[in-house]
Design a protein around this ligand. Structure first.
Ligand code: HEC
Length: 222
């Protein structure tokens, strides 16, 4: 039995290559020979050349179209889902001084947002709303007291490993240096400190972020 698709194609094929259809089963050319000089006439339907497709054939064509659409949507969905796995698998290890650390992990957006809120509450007054540091920080210490430094790329924070940063925030600065950096162990738990650090990391450039990650992961081995 002919399928709808085959029917369509074979009709088109024979009608454009031969003049067989001029003596079609209905007798004669239904469209007029002059229109056929360049093959299949514009707007012509398969039914103009022969029998009308049966209901079964039409429903097959409809189903075929539907499955094509379903397949395309599925393919696009699959690419979308695999996209993140692909990004992770193509991430490069961080190599500094011939020492390789795993690829920089992706920051969790919720934790970065939580860190931004905590930073605004606990740190921004001294370190600046945009991590830019106290207005006078570049002038250096006045009377031996250091102003709050920036935490962005222009600062020093990204030079330090995670555990040192966590310790500074938890225990505060060194009293021997008259540090004005408070201890936060009474007001922030370790998860909250890590969230604040993740917020800072989200503001660093690629090089600063890679260096700090590398230093945290393998810096001890060099
Ligand atoms: C009262 C002001 C003040 C507040 C509030 C404050 N800091 Fe500080 N912080 C400082 C000062 C001043 C320094 C520099 C002196 C020092 O390092 O001892 C500093 C230093 C630091 C350093 C060391 C930076 C480096 O490059 O070595 C880190 C990290 C830090 N602060 C994080 C934080 C975080 C996170 C918060 C909020 C949870 C915070 N600070 C809140 C004043 C403050």
């Amino acid at each position: 039995m002919h399928t709808g698709v085959l029917y369509h194609v074979s009709t088109r094929f024979t009608s454009s290559l031969t003049d067989k259809f001029l003596t079609s089963p209905r007798g004669g050319n239904p469209l007029g020979a002059s229109q056929l000089s360049i093959g299949y006439p514009l707007g012509a339907k398969a039914k103009d050349f022969g029998r009308v497709p049966t209901g079964r054939e039409r429903s097959f064509m409809k189903q075929w179209r539907m499955w094509t659409v379903v397949f395309l949507i599925g393919a696009i969905g699959a690419i979308w889902l695999l996209r993140s796995a692909w990004l992770v698998s193509t991430a490069q290890p961080v190599v500094i001084n011939n020492l390789a650390a795993p690829p920089v992990p992706t920051l969790n957006a919720n934790r970065v947002a939580q860190g931004a809120t905590l930073y605004a509450q606990h740190c921004a007054a001294c370190h600046g709303a945009n991590l830019e540091g106290a207005p006078n920080w570049q002038a250096g210490p006045a009377d031996g007291i250091y102003p709050a430094p920036p935490h962005d790329n222009s600062g020093h924070t990204w030079h330090h490993k995670d555990d040192l940063l966590i310790r500074i925030v938890t225990n505060g600065g060194d009293p021997a240096y008259k540090s004005k950096m408070p201890a936060f162990k009474a007001s922030l738990n370790e998860d909250e400190v890590i969230a604040i650090l993740d917020f800072m990391k989200s503001k660093w450039g690629k090089d600063e972020r890679e260096f700090q990650w590398w230093n945290t992961a393998v810096g001890d081995q060099q």
